[in-house]
Design a protein around this ligand. Structure first.
Ligand code: FES
Length: 537
């Protein structure tokens, strides 16, 4: 459990949402565009493409917008988590201005949809603040200068209506916040249903680029002229996986004893940590949402610790009445501080949208705008800025070296020094561990009633060893961020396939991965009679 004091281990938004259920795919289908993933990126792309007359099929493995979109804070802002001045340092002032103008356009797009479709998602324009409470902070000064250079309405002022004063602050007016789950669910409802079919509980198991592209799912085959990989990190094996760091970010929603701060986005720098804070008022109550310091996926020592530290921070700075919700969200940090949006090096008809860092609501919307323009044959002024094929060796060098060192380290260390001596009998209730059973590498979890859950500990993406996440009760891969449930189901990340189940007859679970075949791809083709998009209702 992430906490044991009666709070809910899920995002606040899921509690106050009004989802419409969608069917799962049954049978084969042909379409013009297949969108993999029903978060803000996928639904926004489907909305735009269907509105322009394209036949679209959305394939969501779980429920629409209940993944990363529904786990985000709902903050919409032109700055970026890695700082605007960092973008300017890596790419120059012109790119900085383009990044800001593109992000502002995406926020405007959301506001226009809210107005046009009368979406009840508590959208409001609010100020964004970056502040310190322990003196003058050079980083804040640099961010002020970069925001000014980019043409934003930036001021140095004071925190008004906040429980404690700032010692240094930069404020940018006319940013925004909303309920991301309510917005995306409503946008899905307003997507032209005569042109777009949305399927939930439909897992895509493989995608082949071509004319047409072939998408194998667990419920049928989809043929599509174009594919939009709106899965946060693209499913399968892509070069961008080697250029991104997968991080998790702990979050809490709490009730305060005193009044909530005024509406706004608050980023509080405390030493080398940053806390993202926003108030949210609802008929169900007034909440303060707080996100803590990110930690690398699959590094178990950080998971519990991050929530503990987040709670300590909250109790130090706020009068907390109750902690009501706790969760974590995943993000992927790009090597050169810019996301990857477009077709990658190897593919012609598959579009990817990834590397959004912690700024995914805006970048996801922007990705939908750029990709839909490309599919519709329209010009888009930001197409080249975020092109995944861009070559930025200097700006990317540090992250590329670090990320590839980390992946190599995990591959070698976890395979060469895999713990052969652990005994299943030593596993306590509520604990998980990796060990060897019948010469197989196994991930074992013993639940609270003593039932064992055994799956292969070899990640189905590229063969790294998964690690136990005690905070979220999941198996997480440190290499590219795939996460699996205690029974091996893919939760998120680039892996297509679930973790293999141990075979009672002693046969190998996944021999292709046992020999470090990093480019193993699943072969799950099943032949079924194909039907046209228009034949499905
Ligand atoms: Fe790539 Fe596990 S996510 S090997």
């Amino acid at each position: 459990m992430m906490r044991s004091t009666g709070c809910e281990n899920k995002a606040l938004w899921s509690e106050i949402s009004d989802p419409r259920p969608y069917p799962c795919l049954s049978g084969d289908i042909e379409t013009e565009v297949a969108v993999v993933g029903g978060g803000i990126t996928g639904i926004s792309a489907a909305y735009l493409l269907a509105q322009a007359g394209k036949k679209v099929v959305v394939l969501e493995a779980h429920k629409v917008s209940m993944g990363t979109t529904g786990s985000s804070t709902g903050n919409l802002y032109a700055p970026v988590d890695e700082r605007l001045f960092s973008v300017a340092e890596k790419h120059g002032d012109e790119v900085l201005k383009e990044v800001v103008s593109s992000r502002l356009a995406a926020i405007d797009f959301i506001e226009q949809r809210v107005d046009e479709c009368a979406i009840a998602c508590d959208f409001q324009r609010v100020p964004w603040h970056l502040f310190d409470t322990e003196g003058i902070n050079e980083e804040i000064q640099k961010e002020y200068e970069a925001a000014f250079k980019a043409g934003l309405a930036v001021v140095s002022g004071a925190l008004v209506g906040f429980p404690f004063p700032a010692s240094d602050i930069t404020t940018i007016h006319h940013q925004a916040q909303f309920n991301p789950l309510a917005y995306t669910q409503a946008l899905a409802k307003h997507t032209d249903s005569s042109n777009c079919l949305i399927f939930e509980e439909t897992s895509v198991l493989n995608v082949t680029d071509g004319d047409p592209c072939i998408l194998q799912t667990d419920r049928g085959t989809v043929k599509a002229e174009k594919v939009v990989m709106a899965t946060h990190s693209p499913k399968g094996i892509y070069a961008v996986h080697t250029a991104m760091q997968a991080k998790r970010e702990p979050a809490l929603a709490v009730r305060l004893k005193g009044p909530l701060p005024l509406p706004g986005v608050y980023w509080h720098i405390v030493g080398n940590r940053q806390y993202s804070i926003r108030p949210f008022r609802s008929p169900e109550g007034d909440f303060l949402l707080v996100l803590g310091k990110t930690y690398p996926v699959g590094q178990e020592e950080y998971a519990e610790d991050s929530i503990v530290k987040l709670e300590l921070y909250l109790r130090k700075y706020f009068e907390v009445d109750s902690i009501d919700y706790t969760w974590a969200a995943q993000n992927y940090r790009p090597a050169d501080n810019l996301p990857y949006i477009g077709t990658s090096i190897m593919e012609k008809n598959i579009f990817i949208a990834t590397g959004f860092a912690a700024d995914g609501l805006v970048y996801g919307t922007l990705a939908a705008m750029i990709i839909s323009d490309r599919i519709l044959g329209k010009e888009n002024q930001w197409r080249e800025l975020y092109n995944p094929k861009r070559f930025t060796p200097i700006a990317s060098a540090k992250t590329l070296l670090k990320e590839n060192y980390e992946v190599s380290k995990h591959l070698l260390q976890d395979w060469l020094f895999y713990d052969q001596d652990k005994d299943l009998a030593d596993l306590k209730r509520g604990e998980g561990t990796t060990l060897v059973i019948n010469k197989e590498k196994i991930a074992a979890y013993k639940d609270e009633i003593g039932k064992l859950h055994l799956v292969s500990s070899v990640c189905t993406h590229m063969g790294c060893i998964v690690h136990w996440n005690s905070a979220e009760k999941s198996w997480d891969c440190p290499c590219h961020g795939s996460r699996f449930s205690i029974d091996g189901k893919v939760l998120e990340g680039p892996a297509y396939q679930d973790l293999a189940k141990p075979k009672p007859d002693g046969k190998k679970m996944n021999p292709e991965l046992e020999c470090f075949n990093f480019f193993a791809t699943p072969s799950i083709l099943t032949k079924k009679k194909s039907i046209k998009f228009s034949n499905l209702s």
